[in-house]
Design a protein around this ligand. Structure first.
Ligand code: B4P
Length: 192
C-alpha cells in the first residue's frame, strides 16, 4: 500500500508517518528529513537547500523529485508513505510517472486538516520544547518562517487537494484531535 500524507506545516505528517512505520512496517519517505540530511552534507546542493528551507520556501521540484526517485529504488516493505511529498502539481505529476514506471499504485491521499492558529502553536511549541531540552531548534521553526511556509502551502500545495479529489483518491482527516485520535482515523481509512 502506498499513501501520501498531505497537509500544512505542523499538521502532523511526520508524527503520523512515524506511527505507520511502527505499526504497519511501511517505509517513510519524508522529503523534509531528506533535505535536512542534505543540508548537513556540506555540498553545494546542501548549502542551496539550507538557505531555501530557512526562509520557509519550497526547495526546487528538480531536487526533491531526484531525492524521491532514488528512494523508490530501495526496499518498500509494507509500502511507501510519502510524507510531505508531493508539495506542487509538478511533483504530483512526477510521482504518478515514477509509480507507473514501477507498476505501483497510489492507494490513498490522506489530508490532515488543521487550523492555522493551531499550526503556529504547535511549531512554536516544538521550538520551545527543543530549546528547553537543550536540543537543536529547527531554523524554520519560528513565527516568521512559518508565515512564509503557510503562504507557500496555500499557493503551491493546497491545489493538490482538488487534484487528488478529482481522481477519487482524497481522504480528509481532522488533524486537530489528539495524536492517538488522528492515528485511529487514519487506521480506519487504511483498513477500509
Ligand atoms: P517538513 O519536514 O515536511 O515539515 P513540516 O511540514 O513542518 O511538518 P509536519 O507536518 O511533518 O509536522 P510534524 O509531524 O513534525 O518540511 C520542512 C521544509 O522542507 C519545508 O518548509 C520545505 O522548505 C522543505 N520541503 C520538504 N518537502 C518538500 C517538497 N516536497 N518540496 C519542496 N520543499 C520541501 O508536527 C509538528 C509538531 O506538532 C510536532 O511538535 C508534533 O509533536 C506536534 N503534533 C503533531 N500532531 C499533533 C496533534 N495531533 N496534536 C498536538 N500536537 C501535534
Amino acid at each position: 500500500m502506498n499513501i501520501i500524507l498531505l497537509g500544512p506545516p505542523g499538521a502532523g505528517k511526520g508524527t503520523q508517518a512515524g506511527h505507520l512505520v511502527e505499526t504497519r512496517d511501511m517505509i517513510q519517505l519524508s522529503t523534509g528529513d531528506m533535505l535536512r540530511a542534505a543540508r548537513t552534507s556540506g555540498t553545494e546542493m546542501g548549502k542551496k537547500v539550507a538557505a531555501i528551507m530557512d526562509a520557509g520556501e519550497l526547495v526546487t521540484d528538480e531536487i526533491v523529485i531526484g531525492l524521491i526517485r532514488e528512494k523508490l529504488e530501495g526496499d518498500k516493505k509494507g509500502g511507501f508513505i510519502f510524507d510531505g511529498f508531493p508539495r506542487t502539481l509538478a511533483q504530483a505529476d512526477a510521482l504518478a510517472g515514477l509509480l507507473d514506471e514501477k507498476n505501483e499504485t497510489l492507494d490513498a491521499v490522506i489530508e490532515l486538516q488543521v487550523d492555522d492558529e493551531v499550526l503556529v502553536d504547535r511549531i512554536v511549541g516544538r521550538a520551545e520544547e527543543a530549546r528547553k531540552a537543550g536540543q537543536p531548534v529547527r531554523a524554520d521553526d519560528n513565527a516568521e518562517s512559518l508565515k512564509i511556509r503557510l503562504m507557500e502551502y496555500y499557493k503551491k500545495t493546497s491545489p493538490l487537494i482538488g487534484y487528488y479529489y478529482a481522481k477519487g483518491q482524497l481522504k480528509s482527516v481532522d488533524g486537530l484531535g489528539e495524536i492517538a485520535a488522528v492515528q485511529t482515523a487514519i487506521a480506519g481509512i487504511l483498513d477500509s
